[in-house]
Design a binder for this molecule. Sequence first.
Ligand code: FAD
Length: 428
Amino acid sequence: MIGIVGGGISGLVLAYELRHLGVDVTVWEAESVPGGVMRSQLHKDLVLELGPQRARLSDPFRQLVESVGLTGELVTAPTDLPLYVYHRGRLRRAPLSFSQAVSTDLLPWWAKARVLAEPFTAGPRVGEHVGPFLRRKFGGAAYRALLGPLYGGLYASDPDRMPVRHALQRTLVELGVGRSILWRMFRGAAQAGKIPPCSFRGGLGALPLAIAEKLEGRVRLETPVRALRKEARGWEVTLDGAEIVRADTVVLACPSDTAARLLGGEYPETVAWLSALRYNRLALVYLKAETKLHGLGYQVAFGESLETRGVTWNDSLFGRTGLYTVYLGGMKNPGLCDWDDGRIAAIACEEFEVATGYRAEVIQVSRTLIPAWDDTWDGLEEVEWPPDLHVCSNYTARPGILGRITEAKRLAAALAKEKPPESISRRR
Ligand SMILES: Cc1cc2nc3c(=O)[nH]c(=O)nc-3n(C[C@H](O)[C@H](O)[C@H](O)COP(=O)(O)OP(=O)(O)OC[C@H]3O[C@@H](n4cnc5c(N)ncnc54)[C@H](O)[C@@H]3O)c2cc1C
């Protein structure tokens, strides 16, 4: 039996794929609802997303949705919704193609000329961080107004603290980038622009719920794993309530602090690395506003005196009338999540009005965590995982939903090749 710790999207897709390959599997999930950070909540008739706001309807995502019978629930957004950046007093359209880059009012002419010089600059240097790398390639103005906020926004991090080799290298390799990124970036944006953003009528949380249902009793909710102990072959797994289960292989699909706790004292170097990983704390504020805004949302340029990092326009994305999700905190202000809800909500409202010109009311404030992919990831390549143990997580491979699905499928195929026995032994 393969035991999976964590019923977020990584653990669930892994279990679902393993079942398809005929492998016996159990998922232990600490919470009463599957999905981890991919969770949705109803507020009156509005769907609030507590984590990711949208996925892309790429082929692997579409196949998964079809396979779990959710196609009828899909909602998609137009592919041409503009993205904005708040810079120098107003929202300005982010250029995602060559012609938009030429005509954008986000950058002065000299900054555009500097961007066009990118193909003459060298590729990443050993030990370089994403911030200096992007400034060296595209110039400081394009970095502060566009590339820094867009890239850092994905992780709520500061690109100056994100090593290229952890946070960007894999993407550069996949894009086939040697020296110049510029044309690949425009081509990549054009291709991505053909794939619509998507969600479900009931929100993205519908997907983990549907996968868990298909797993027919193999997902044990409200069952936190308390300890793991290596045996000669496989693992002894202690569950909440002191129940003990044996698994031939264990996959950690839980956050890194949990993984460190479970491995305990037996693997000190691995545990030290896991314990050191930094997660960024983010506050999400859900606003209701009557607007005429049309687009994906906006990021805030570096150097602007706003606490807001970015805002998703759920209203024009998926017709969630009047709904806007504001992100604050992250590495920009790690202490902000300690402030009380009222203070965070007031800032979100005030800054929304500054950026868009519309007044908003607060619906709710929530908080979440996201792996920072900063210097604390140093040593990732050298981490030695114990035998019969694998990790399928957003802190060892790409954190996006598509990345999670891809990694889970790859790991399922590899584990199925090892042909673990279909048996499960239990003792109390
Ligand atoms: C705010 C935010 C916005 C995002 N936006 C996007 C986006 O727009 N598009 C996109 O593609 N991606 C986005 N992402 C990234 C993506 O959503 C996540 O990386 C992904 O959902 C993580 O899934 P996971 O299963 O690896 O981890 P998690 O969702 O963290 O799941 C881990 C699970 O382990 C469980 N667990 C913990 N301890 C134990 C224990 N002891 N025993 C059993 N279970 C345990 C937890 O309860 C949880 O369910 C976003 C992430 C965040 C946080």
